[in-house]
Write a protein that binds this ligand. Structure first.
Ligand code: NAD
Length: 696
């Protein structure tokens, strides 16, 4: 494409019958930017005779004949850099323009950091480059990023090109910066204040490149700085991890097959959610927001039903107030929401999601009742976090249309959804769910059925070991959270538990028979502490919702979301802490907690619960706040920890705690270490051998 563009441009320069030039991407996208897979061979390409994008944009800008970009669809990354090198820009009203490079761990490398601030000013350029978020045509016009918005893009571009023939050519790269160096310094410094302490290498590189607009004499010297920063980010570990995430996301969401025809794909189809609690109301809202469904919300408790519906309306109202949706959209969505306590109203529903309490008997009863009401074609799903979906499928009439659909809390915010495939779930059902999950703006990862599926199963050692860090060892709650925040997790483990509700884990442990009732000692894992059970059952410390959990909360401080020190918890910790316990270092905490989490990830792969290590990475990045710049837990293990170190540490933890199952090293991990390859390489090899889909 670069060669072609350059050749055409040269031909146009020398052909006397060409008086001006319009650059178009045809009817679809102007250009969605670079092919990221080319980045891995960037150095080779750089040494070859293939022109770089810098050569292309320099030639366009230098053209003696006016060049106009006719922008349709996506105009992103390298695509926008090409458009910026044109002398004028005409955009279709539906086009999107942006420089998303930082999201894949690099910075714009073909003049984007130099031309955009010259054209739209530094604050707007900072916003676009540092968030990586695109702007629509209307905003682009307002920013003067484009000269005109027109739905007759090509015709208008031709007119502009012809007008350009009689006016002096305007070259963006030659425009003087809009700000003085001191002004720019203040803006750039302010922008860095919001950066997270770690994982911001790309952002800092972008800042340095933009700074060069003000500190170097001209475009070419600024572009030298940009090129240096680009190469640094390209080769950096964080940049590579972010690109891994980019490809992992696509691979995780690759459809099993195109969705088969189903009534669910039609407009105004009724669907239902059973249980109007935290999860049910969130899922109902997400279904509503597609604008496609009539959503029935069901609950056995009238109060819960009312509360759930009110919550949905409240969230939509806030979205309207923030200008995210229009008032008429809000009204039409609310009109699509129906509450009921009668299953008779669900007789036309093509999809029913169960989000009642985590209890197998109740869930089976619900599905049994539903099966006799809904149409034969309906898809039945459970949002269970841990329970065996095959046991539920056993009571429905068409188990091939039954699956788990595991959302994360809050369902309307969290992007991840695990699509849990049971023994009898059909490929068609999986494909429909993948499609629907995507249309809802969520990231669906297909996983197998086991206790906790992929994400919560791996969380088991994480939760258990973090609590043991304060009872077996002498670390306080805030100190443990701090170690994980420093590692880059979005929340510390105790903050996360307080947010999700400590009763969630408690109920799961109860269901597993681990919680003590009366004097009998339950059958539970070795190294079990009753601290977490006690704080919920005896002290009502359910988390933020009761204003007390691992921390105290005060509605007057940080809207009741800021964790405050709790003397009561301190006393409880003392009660359960082992005598003579000593403190551990932050590095030891990470090892003791995250190594068995990764080990469990390996076991998920062994058992076919996860299809690939990169799928696990996506689950942890989008469901559990694992830092994206570390690439996800499996990528982190492969590249930062290295598998031989992981194995030897697990072996020593296993020697220390021989009866703790999650320290028993996975066979797959041992195999990878023996073969001296990463698990990513192992899977690539396996996939190649199977040349198809991994078994599930
Ligand atoms: P919740 O207690 O907030 O809501 C459950 C609702 O179900 C209540 O309103 C209750 O009245 C209703 N209910 C109980 N029995 C019912 C029945 N027979 N028919 C209809 N409604 C009934 O619970 P939640 O946190 O929303 O969890 C719901 C499900 O989602 C559970 O299976 C849970 O494991 C799962 N889940 C929870 C989370 C989380 O973080 N809270 C995350 C993912 C999945």
């Amino acid at each position: 494409m670069r060669c072609f563009l350059l050749e055409q441009l040269m031909t146009a320069q020398t052909n006397p019958s060409v008086t001006s030039i319009v650059l178009t991407g045809g009817n679809f996208n102007f250009s969605a930017g670079a092919d990221l897979s080319e980045f891995s061979s960037f150095a080779e390409a750089n040494q070859s005779n293939i022109p770089s994008l810098i050569d292309v944009v320099s030639a366009i800008e230098a053209s003696e004949k006016p060049v106009v970009a006719a922008i349709t669809g996506h105009c992103l990354g390298g695509g926008l850099e090409v458009a910026l090198s044109c002398h004028y820009r005409v955009a279709h009203s539906k086009s999107k323009l942006g420089l998303p490079e930082v999201q894949v761990g690099v910075i714009p490398g073909a003049g984007g950091t130099q031309r955009l601030p010259r054209l739209v000013g530094l604050p707007a350029a900072c916003h676009m480059i540092l968030t990586g978020k695109p702007v629509n045509a209307e905003k682009a016009l307002q920013l003067t990023l484009v000269d005109i918005v027109s739905d007759q893009v090509l015709e208008t571009a031709k007119e502009w090109a012809q007008q350009g023939e009689t006016t002096p050519i305007r070259r963006v790269g030659q425009l003087p910066p809009k700000e003085s160096p001191p002004e720019a310094h203040v803006t750039l410094h302010a922008a860095t204040l919001g950066f997270p302490p770690q994982g911001s290498e790309g952002l800092h590189a972008a800042i340095e490149a933009m700074r060069a607009v003000y500190t170097t004499p001209d475009l070419s010297s600024g572009m030298k700085v940009e090129a240096e920063q680009f190469i640094q980010t390209l080769l950096s570990e964080q940049g590579q991890a972010l690109r891994h995430v980019f490809f992992a996301l696509r691979s995780a969401q690759k459809p099993w097959q195109s969705p088969p025809p189903h009534l669910l794909l039609k407009d105004k189809v009724p669907v239902a959610v059973i249980g109007a609690g935290t999860m049910g109301s969130g899922i109902a809202l997400v279904l509503l927001q597609t604008g496609q469904y009539q959503v029935y919300l069901v609950d056995v408790h009238e109060k819960a039903l009312e509360k759930g519906a009110q919550l949905i309306q409240q969230i939509l109202k806030t979205q309207t107030a923030r200008g995210k949706i229009t008032a008429s959209r809000e009204q039409s969505l609310i009109a699509n929401l129906h509450t009921t306590q009668s299953y008779d109203d669900l007789r036309d529903c093509q999809l029913v999601v169960e989000a009642a309490i985590e209890n197998m008997t109740i869930k089976r009863k619900i599905f049994q009742q539903l099966s006799s009401v809904v149409p034969k074609t309906a898809i039945l799903l459970s949002n269970t976090s841990t329970l065996d979906i095959d046991q539920m499928a056993a009571v429905v009439v068409f188990p091939q249309r039954f699956a788990g659909w595991h959302f994360f809390s809050p369902a309307h915010v969290m992007q991840l959804v695990e699509i849990v495939v049971g023994k009898q779930t059909s490929k068609e059902t999986v494909a429909l769910l993948q499609d629907l999950t995507k249309r809802m703006g969520k990231i669906g990862v297909v996983v197998g059925n086991c206790d906790g599926f992929c994400g919560n199963r791996m969380l088991k050692p994480y939760s258990a070991e973090t609590v043991l860090l304060i009872t077996e060892s002498k670390n306080n709650i805030a100190h443990v959270d701090k170690a994980f925040l420093k590692f880059g997790m979005a929340l510390g483990p105790f903050q996360m538990s307080d947010l999700a509700g400590n009763d969630v884990g408690y109920n799961i442990r109860k269901e597993r028979g681990w919680v003590r009732t009366g004097n009998t000692t339950p059958n539970r894992p070795d190294r079990y502490t009753e601290l977490a059970d006690d704080m919920v059952a005896e002290h009502g410390r359910l988390g933020q919702k009761t204003l007390k959990g691992w921390y105290n909360y005060d509605l007057a401080i940080g809207k009741g979301r800021k964790g405050l020190y709790s003397p009561e918890m301190e006393m409880l910790v003392q009660k359960y802490r082992a005598r003579g316990a000593t403190a551990t270092t932050e590095a030891e905490m990470i090892e003791q907690v995250l190594y068995p989490l990764v080990n469990e990830g390996f076991k998920c792969l062994e058992e076919g619960i996860a299809r690939s290590p990169s799928d696990i990475d996506i689950v942890y990045l989008f469901g559990y706040g694992f830092p994206a710049w570390r690439g996800g837990p499996m990528y982190w293990a492969d590249h930062e920890v290295t598998l031989s170190v992981l194995l030897s540490k697990l072996q020593s933890l296993h020697r220390k705690y021989p009866r703790t199952e999650h320290f028993v090293p996975s066979k797959l991990l041992e195999r990878c270490v023996r073969l001296q390859i990463t698990v990513e390489e192992y899977y690539k090899r396996e996939m190649h051998l199977r040349s198809g889909q991994a078994k599930l």
